[in-house]
Design a protein around this ligand. Structure first.
Ligand SMILES: Cc1cc2nc3c(=O)[nH]c(=O)nc-3n(C[C@H](O)[C@H](O)[C@H](O)COP(=O)(O)O)c2cc1C
Ligand code: SF4
Length: 1500
């Protein structure tokens, strides 16, 4: 293969060559002036044409064409036309040509066009790039000659892969650089798939896909429309071709594609590129993100710094992928040690107070606080021109400022131009600015005329101009008159042949013939005419020159504030619109979103946009520069072009000029997101369908606007045609109504009660788990039955200041944490507790508390028992309220729990209220149980579909939340921010967990990649490998739930029965050393799973059907489903099956409802299974009726009979399990209640044969064995350590990215096996593929197994923030806890000794804590029950050693025990066994005896 035959020495040449190779047509944009020399890219292009170089994408037998296009010939329009012919087009241009072309660029972004942009050689202005940030292009930056070549290749591959536009930009330094060889076409062709060249218009070209409309959200936010194509469906077909017609790419998809392309480039050229790059010390305290041409100079200077230099340990971050902006990737490169971050932007024409990149950074750091490094100080700088002489001093100044106590924002660093370079480093504070008027200046430059500018002679535009618009409008009319007079003069002069030069005559006629719609041409001709008049010499020419300004077209603007919105009809706004004149109005609204409702209703602002639209003759746009800069720019250009009145209303919310960037950003975001300030553009001229052109640029629309659009008949057609639009209308109605309803709820209640005769009763509750709430609601029903006017609400929803006006108040509260109020009563209690002026003298009250006298069993903790109710009871007394009855105390320890004490207390209450004699209590509807929900659900349908479509809330109904579990998804909310959202009046941040059904935990690399991508696109960018060896996604919001489940199904996986009262994911031993046996066992796991799958068609109906599917969802009696195994009520409780292969018990076979222990003969052939039944983990704290249990052995079955054995065990449980008490419904209780022998007999009756005697077997451990092994077939397997199964990228550890690369590199029959210990095995790797896999593992540090034995054997459940049942941290805390023990263990020489340690956030036991040698089971935040003495291979349960210990206490207990183990253990004796032998803990030999022999110190 021929090597490259030449060298390039400029970045423009390098990019131009690649552009030529990857295009059929190259448009080379040249400067305006005819006489200017051919510049930049053109030299290289000319050479390619001259040598007739063949392209890579040009059709066979044709050569790429190169067209130089002049800047003034609307070059980007030419590109649009070329693309219309469906050719592969690229453009080479200078950055200065871009901003003016923004409207064409918006169209081009939807085609696979690449624009190579070179920034000015002198001192580039990066605002030419940042102004394009929302146009829809991917923006890739290169920093060197070599990169320009590589990333030019990447840009073209990306455009072709995604069908979307890419802008590749770079700073072109003066002169030539050290030459590099031409690009290597052979290498490129190796990674570039020619088959992918299926050219077609993307769907996006017909539907408005504002991929980047939400500027500040970056990749973390989804674009406007939901994606129907995910994972492999991203248009990528099985044969590797890309059918662009089917693809609609989203921001996150594009980002993924970018990473994939970078990887392909790495394979081709051996160089790695990432979206963001960090350079410098890993422990830097300060870092600088540099967006400008001197980034490299900064990096080099810091690298060469001496010890004494203040900046020697400063890190530098460079941005290679500017759009899509990935907040996650940025966060992942910033070291955790960084506490101060400077953002340096080389943006000359900065229109907003804060630079665009600074805003990106701020919102990134805000996007996910849990993942963000804690950077308290972010300082923006304007980056001026710096060179090697000034850089050191500049760096010193930057660092001094950022490290000072009060850093100055927005400092200018360096000179304004390359000629303005002081040898002295200088700092200057920029003038205050007004974002919108600056934007107008930038867009229209000399053409701009502000009609009501207060100080016209001053070049600076005044800040918010509040002068009245009549003045401006008057000025406009006067100018029109002058212009008219000039035109008559010109006409006369032509007639009279008054000019000296006949050519002047021609030019005047040309000027007169051009109408105002052709304003740019008219200006061009006008400019020529002025120079002609200047040389004409005639008298008339010099008199005409006095009016020269009118020969040039202007863009006339009146700027004002929203003060005009109060009385629109009488305002100048009305005059302007009514006149129909070509005047543009910019109206700035600065009222912050959060203060809008404080307005006096009689003096409310009117909606100017709506007012103008009603006129139907004005162009109207609503913009917000801090939400979408590009949309604002587009609106200005469109308003200018519109030959009639244009009204642009612009949002710039601030309380004070000194508001921080974040405040303005957040205010804008809230207003836009909520629909209060929708972004839109309205052109009244009929569009292609005869309808006015309404472009909604944000997601939500406020009610008034949607009403207007609905009223417009033709627009309701639009709504129907463009579903997004319709959705928005419906959505905004819903949310407005809901908030309205909430406000009225209390009033309505009171009104309702007025009609009732009996005395009023206000019942207030505080409840976390629902007991206190249910009790309160029941009390209300009963009170009504006694004729009382009863209302019930959560304490926090009740205005405390109204309490004094109530007559009878009942307060029912449970106890949370350590004697704390439940969440929904905390604010109420705080107010009551601290109130000094609350007068409750006329209030009668009663309090009932729910608690657990044993929750904190130690003597000193007795104060926590029912503390909130006691506190409340006493506080109300102090405030003067009168007790109706004594304090009632419900105790979980009583025989019937709180129900024991309650009836007596309630009877007293009726007496006190004088209604005890009133007979007939209402017939209370029995509470809805899970069994009711199942039976009423019509085979698991419920109202899930309706719930998913309800956009007014992120939640689904409580009963649907039970049903969706059967479909593999749980509703959760982010508990970290629950409180915060509540105080902001928001509903909890609901999202969904999705669990995949994946028998045996085996998945293909393609499936791994699909899950990885779904986690990014639809979830929280991480996923978890669960303790049942499957994938679990978190943080999926309701809107994305269906697409996510659909995408999982597209990846040939599903989520059916992954949760719910059915047989769940069937686990299987991972067996890396024996592939044949693993394959056979896997087939049994799959067989069992399939056989026991629910048969309802609800799953497909709800999740897999298309929204546009003609087939309507069937509900009610129309559907006759049949569940041959389950029947309509399914099982009483969840059901779990696992297969173990001795001597490894990595699936914890004893913890399952059915445990199958594989038995092989002497030849290693599978003969059958020993069957265990009745294992289970879930318990409830302090409820001794609940306990964990290990499975009991039923006997041996041949392998042919095993599926039937599982089925029959399940059926006996179906018919005998407790359906009344869910806490007693698992198979373990059924078996204990009936006895193992009776149970076995019932199963055998159904089977028709008896179990054989169990076969001998022995287990050695229940943990995974890490590292590489070779199986009997010569294939290799690597068991990798993944702490607690969490797959994510962190700044220190790019695990998710690394595993993605590994998945991409896995070949043949290679597969992933997920283990029950939450680790992963890379399986079936052929010898020849080993080097690459090993290289990747090493590159991403995935091969690190140098962990302590304790860590390698530990596991934790998810718990906070997503699990709704968590009482304490688990996954986030166990690694920290282990670290605290590790050093000590090392000192004892126990570093490599395995100890099975598990942690869960609650006693449900997802990580099987009861089988661990040491376990911490969450009880309350920071408090755990410490369990000891489990068997090392999962055969024996542990036992409670101390309840409610905190970290310090746990360490205090464990350390001496470990020490004794180190000193006193017998050979090979495991920790759990040792503790039992020395009598520290009694062994738990049977589940039923779990609570026996517990020694609890200090217990009464
Ligand atoms: C995390 C947690 C902490 C608890 N702490 C206490 C406590 O400190 N004192 C107490 O008397 N009861 C405590 N309890 C018991 C509950 O108050 C009791 O179970 C009650 O019935 C729960 O009612 P709810 O469902 O309305 O929240 C606690 C329960 C939980 C789950
Ligand atoms: S053990 Fe409890 S806290 Fe942990 S994931 Fe399971 S239910 Fe949630």
């Amino acid at each position: 293969m021929a090597p490259p035959l030449g060298f390039v020495s400029t970045r423009e040449d390098a990019a131009a060559r690649v552009a030529y190779l990857f295009s059929e047509t190259v448009l080379s944009v040249q400067p305006n002036l005819k006489s200017a020399p051919v510049v930049g890219f053109q030299h290289a292009l000319d050479r390619m044409v001259y040598h007739k170089v063949r392209g890579i994408v040009a059709k066979r037998g044709t050569l790429p064409s190169v067209y130089p296009v002049r800047y003034n010939a609307d070059p980007f329009l030419t590109a649009v036309e070329e693309l219309g012919r469906k050719t592969f087009v690229s453009v080479t241009a200078a950055s200065s040509t871009l901003p003016a072309a923004i409207t064409h660029l918006a169209k081009l972004a939807k085609f696979p066009v690449v624009i190579h942009v070179s920034m000015s050689r002198n001192f580039a202005d990066y605002s030419e790039i940042t102004s394009l940030r929302q146009v829809g292009f991917t923006l890739i930056q290169s920093f060197s000659l070599r990169e320009a070549q590589d990333l030019a290749i990447a840009s073209h591959m990306l455009a072709i892969r995604t069908g979307k536009g890419v802008i590749h930009f770079f700073h072109q330094p003066e002169g030539e650089e050290t030459p590099i060889p031409f690009e290597d076409v052979n290498q490129i062709e190796k990674v570039f798939d020619r088959n992918s060249l299926v050219y077609g218009e993307t769907e996006g070209s017909t539907v408005g896909t504002n991929v980047y409309w939400n500027d500040t959200a970056g990749v973390v936010a989804e674009p406007a429309k939901e994606d129907s194509s995910v994972g492999k469906t991203n248009g990528e077909q099985a044969n590797g071709t890309i059918d662009l017609t089917k693809v609609e790419y989203k921001t996150a998809d594009i980002f993924h594609a970018t990473e994939t392309v970078f990887e392909l480039v790495r394979i081709a050229v051996g160089r790695t590129y990432r979206a963001f790059e960090y350079h410098g010390a890993g422990n830097a305290d300060t870092a600088l993100l540099i967006f400008g041409s001197s980034a490299q100079v900064f990096i080099t200077t810091i690298a060469q710094a001496g010890w004494g230099d203040i900046y020697s340990k400063v890190g530098v971050i460079t941005v290679r992928v500017y759009r899509p902006w990935s907040a996650e990737k940025l966060l992942s490169v910033i070291p955790r040690s960084v506490k101060r971050l400077g953002v340096l932007e080389q943006v000359h024409r900065q229109t907003t107070k804060w630079g665009p990149v600074l805003l990106d950074v701020i919102s990134s750091l805000n996007s996910d606080l849990s993942k963000s490094p804690s950077i308290p100080v972010i300082v923006g700088y304007q980056l001026g021109h710096l060179d090697s002489k000034t850089i050191r001093q500049a760096l010193r100044g930057i660092v001094q400022n950022i490290q000072s106590e009060a850093p100055i924002q927005n400092l200018l660093v360096g000179g304004r131009t390359s000629h303005d370079v002081d040898t002295e480093y200088h700092l200057a504070q920029p003038e205050l600015e007004t974002a919108y008027s600056k934007m107008l200046y930038n867009v229209f430059a000399d053409k701009l005329s502000i009609l009501n500018a207060l100080d016209k002679d001053d070049a600076g535009i005044p800040r918010t101009i509040a002068s009245n618009p009549e003045y401006g409008f008057g000025a406009y009319l006067a100018r029109e008159e002058e212009k008219k007079a000039l035109m008559s003069k010109l006409q006369r002069a032509i007639k009279e042949n008054a000019f000296a030069n006949p050519e002047t005559n021609d030019l005047v006629s040309r000027w007169l013939l051009l109408d105002s719609e052709n304003s740019s041409k008219r200006s061009d001709v006008g400019a020529e005419l002025i120079s002609m008049l200047e040389t004409d010499g005639s008298e008339v020419a010099s008199s005409l020159l006095k009016h020269r300004a009118h020969l040039l077209e202007t863009s006339s603007w009146i700027i004002g504030s929203d003060a005009w919105s109060y009385d629109l009809g009488n305002s100048g706004v009305h005059n302007v619109i009514a006149s129909g004149k070509n005047v543009n109005m910019l109206i700035i609204d600065s009222q912050p979103f959060t203060t809008r409702s404080a307005q006096d209703a009689s003096h409310r602002k009117k909606d100017i946009g709506l007012y103008a639209m009603n006129y139907s003759n004005a162009y109207v746009a609503s913009i917000a520069v801090y939400s979408s800069y590009t949309q604002a720019l587009q609106a200005f250009i469109e308003a200018d072009k519109f030959a009639g009145p244009s009204i642009v209303i612009a949002y710039l919310p601030y309380n004070e000029e000194t508001d921080s960037a974040l405040t303005v950003l957040q205010e804008t975001k809230k207003a836009v997101d909520s629909g209060y300030w929708p972004l839109y553009r309205w052109d009244p001229r009929p569009g292609e369908n005869g309808l006015p052109n309404f472009q909604l640029d944000s997601q939500a629309l406020k009610k008034e606007l949607s009403e207007f659009l609905e009223r417009e008949n033709h627009l309701s057609q639009v709504a129907r045609r463009v579903p997004v639009f319709g959705e928005n209308i419906a959505g905004s109605y819903g949310s407005e109504l809901r908030s309205e309803q909430r406000k009225k709820a209390k009033d309505a209640y009171s009104k309702l009660l007025e009609g009732l005769t009996g005395p009023p009763l206000t019942i207030l509750f505080a409840s976390d788990g629902g007991n206190a709430e249910n009790l309160s609601k029941r009390l209300q029903r009963r009170a009504k039955g006694r004729g009382l006017g009863a209302m019930v609400m959560a304490m926090d929803d009740f205005p405390v200041e109204d309490l004094g006006a109530e007559e009878n108040v009942v307060l029912i509260t449970s106890t949370a944490g350590q004697g704390e109020f439940p969440q929904n009563g905390r604010n109420f209690w705080e107010a009551i507790k601290s109130s000094t002026d609350l007068d409750l003298a006329s209030v009668n009250y009663a309090v009932f508390g729910l608690g657990d006298s044993h929750y904190w069993p130690r003597k000193q903790d007795k104060i926590y028992y029912n503390k909130p109710s006691k506190d409340l009871y006493h506080r109300l007394e102090i405030l003067g309220a009168k007790q109706m009855v004594d304090l009632g105390l419900g105790d979980d320890q009583d025989p019937d729990g709180y129900q024991t004490a309650y009836p007596g207390w309630e009877a007293e209450l009726w007496k006190a209220l004088g209604v005890d004699g009133v007979g007939a209590a209402v017939d209370e509807p029995p509470p809805l149980t899970n069994e009711d929900i199942k039976i009423q659900s019509n085979y698991l349908r419920g109202t899930i579909v309706e719930g998913l479509n309800d956009e007014s809330t992120g939640a689904i109904s409580a009963s649907d939340a039970q049903l969706t579990k059967f479909h593999g998804t749980y509703m959760q909310d982010d508990r970290d921010i629950r409180e915060q959202r509540k105080t902001s009046g928001l509903e909890p941040a609901f999202s969904f967990m999705i669990r995949v059904r994946m028998p045996a935990g085996v998945s293909t690399p393609a499936q791994w990649l699909a899950i990885d991508q779904i986690a990014d696109d639809k979830g929280n960018h991480t996923f978890k490998m669960t303790t049942r060896g499957t994938y679990q996604l978190h943080g999926v919001i309701k809107k994305k739930l269906k697409p996510a489940i659909k995408a999982i199904n597209v990846a040939l996986l599903d989520t059916i029965a992954a949760c719910g009262d059915v047989n769940r994911n069937v686990m299987c031993a991972a067996l890396p050393y024996n592939s044949a046996l693993h394959k056979e066992l896997t087939s049994y796991a799959r067989g069992i799973s399939e056989h026991l799958l629910p048969k309802t068609t609800a799953y497909h109906e709800i999740w897999i059907t298309d929204d546009n599917d003609e087939k309507k969802l069937v509900a009610g009696n129309a559907v006759v489903d049949f569940e041959p195994l389950y029947g309509p009520t399914y099982l009483p409780r969840k059901f779990k099956i696992a297969i173990a292969m001795p001597p490894y018990n990595d699936v914890d076979v004893y913890a399952n409802d059915v445990g199958l222990i594989a038995i092989v003969d002497d030849d290693g052939k599978l003969t059958g299974f020993n069957v265990l039944a009745g294992g289970g983990m879930g318990t409830t704290h302090n409820n001794k009726k609940t306990y964990p249990r290990t499975g009991s052995i039923l006997g041996f079955v041949n392998k042919e009979d095993v599926i039937m054995a599982c089925e029959k065990i399940m059926l006996v449980q179906r018919d005998n399990g407790d359906r009344k008490d869910r806490k007693h419904a698992r198979l373990k209780y059924t078996i204990d209640d009936m006895g193992v022998d009776v149970f076995r007999q019932k199963v055998e009756e159904l089977l028709g044969f008896k179990f054989e005697e169990p076969r001998a077997f022995s287990f050695e451990s229940n943990i995974d064995h890490f590292g590489w092994v070779k199986d009997e077939q010569g294939l290799n397997h690597f068991t990798m350590f993944v702490e607690n199964g969490r797959i994510e990228d962190t700044p220190e550890f790019q695990m998710k990215t690394g595993l993605r690369q590994v998945a991409l590199a896995m070949k043949g029959g290679a597969e992933f096996r997920l283990t029950g210990n939450q680790h992963v095995i890379l399986s079936n790797i052929a010898d020849e593929d080993m080097p690459e896999i090993k290289r990747l593992l090493a590159e991403y540090k995935l091969d690190n197994l140098q962990f302590s034995g304790l860590r390698l054997s530990s596991s934790a459940c998810v718990a906070f923030p997503t699990c709704g049942l968590a009482m304490a941290e688990s996954e986030r805390y166990l690694p920290i806890f282990v670290s605290k023990l590790e050093t000590y263990l090392e000192e004892l020489g126990l570093r490599h000794d395995s100890v099975v340690m598990r942690m869960t956030g609650c006693p449900n036991g997802c990580a099987r804590p009861w089988l661990a040698e040491v376990a911490l089971v969450g009880k309350a935040y920071g408090a755990y029950n410490l369990m000891l003495g489990g068997g090392y291979f999962g055969q024996r349960l542990n036992k409670l050693y101390r309840s409610s210990v905190n970290e310090e206490q746990a360490l205090e207990i464990l350390k001496p025990l470990f020490k004794r183990w180190a000193l006193e253990r017998e050979d090979g004796e495991h920790f759990g066994d040792f503790l039992v032998r020395i009598g520290v803990i009694k062994p738990t030999l049977e589940g039923k005896k779990f609570h026996e022999d517990v020694v609890e110190e200090d217990e009464e």
